[in-house]
Design a protein around this ligand. Structure first.
Ligand code: APR
Length: 261
């Protein structure tokens, strides 16, 4: 990472209070959760249209649930990594930090983050296809496939936004508001191709925020980012965290000037 870029970012963040972080599957890769479009990505092995669309669920709810049950059993034993943990710690460092995630794995919450916007839902939540009620369920494996609503007997579906579906407008409006209000937005571990999530950094940039991208490789967003840190999130974030904590005390107050100098 270019030292002068780290210096500039740390200097800028030393005075920042409102920070937003957009994350994608890449931040969970070091925890052992497969990404979608990487070499071993899920969409390289499986066809999204047969597993992650309302039509696919209509056609074969058992197949769709067997796949989500497999993904849940993959995610259940994994732990958040250093990248997740740094972001959880930044909630007190910045005073006003929000994590806007495309991930459904729940690892940001498991790491201790509280101010989280889950754009694409959560794999540990089931939604009744008739009543729309949502309940948390962490059974792995699920005792019954497909799971049904104990109240009305209708099918449960994963509480996840599938391809061809719109995001919950309340959720997206909150994410958009946070993007427009932040002074800096980190964009971590996302290929920045899926809409409308990929539009959030552009909205933040238009509103004057600095865009700081962390990814193992450049993305379509990189030309518009103010800073690009090539590397793994679990390595880049702890480094930035150390430098930031050297530069500023917790919760936004500026470090008083060093009178000894
Ligand atoms: N650290 C940082 N970045 C990483 C790491 C890592 N350790 N490992 C992979 N990456 C990067 C990849 O280079 C890639 O740009 O993370 C990105 C992952 O991209 P995708 O697999 O496309 O995942 P994401 O951007 O989250 O997908 C968006 O698409 O499939 C849908 O709903 C699903 O939320 C998902 C959405």
């Amino acid at each position: 990472m270019a030292e002068h870029q780290v210096d500039e970012v740390v200097e800028f963040l030393a005075g920042a209070r409102r920070v937003a972080v957009l994350t994608g599957a890449g931040i969970s890769a070091e925890s052992g959760v497969p990404t979608f479009r990487g070499n071993d990505g899920l969409w390289k092995q499986y066809r999204a249209e047969t597993l992650a669309t309302p039509e696919a669920f209509e056609r074969d709810p058992v197949l769709v649930w067997e796949w989500y049950d497999w993904r849940r059993s993959l995610i259940a034993p994994v732990a958040p990594n250093a990248g997740h943990r740094v972001l959880a710690g930044w909630e007190s460092l910045f005073g006003d930090l929000a994590v806007i995630t495309q991930n459904v794995d729940g690892l940001h919450a498991k790491a201790g983050s509280r101010n989280i916007v889950e754009l694409h839902g959560n794999i540990w939540k089931l939604r009744c296809t008739r009543e729309g009620t949502v309940e948390e369920n962490r059974n792995t494996p699920l005792p019954r496939i497909p799971p049904v609503c104990p109240n009305c007997g209708s099918l449960f579906r994963p509480h996840i936004v599938w391809f061809g579906e719109s995001l919950d407008p309340v959720v997206f409006d909150r994410a958009y508001g946070l993007s427009e209000a932040c002074q800096a937005m980190f964009v971590i571990g996302t290929s920045a191709v899926v809409q409308p999530a990929a539009s959030l950094p552009l909205a933040a940039s238009r509103a004057g925020a600095k865009i700081i991208e962390v990814n193992i490789e450049p993305t379509p967003l990189t030309p518009q980012a103010d800073y690009f840190f090539p590397g793994k999130a679990g390595e880049v974030l702890p480094l930035l965290d150390r430098r930031l904590r050297d530069r500023r005390p917790a919760s936004g107050r500026e470090r008083p000037p060093d009178r000894r100098a």
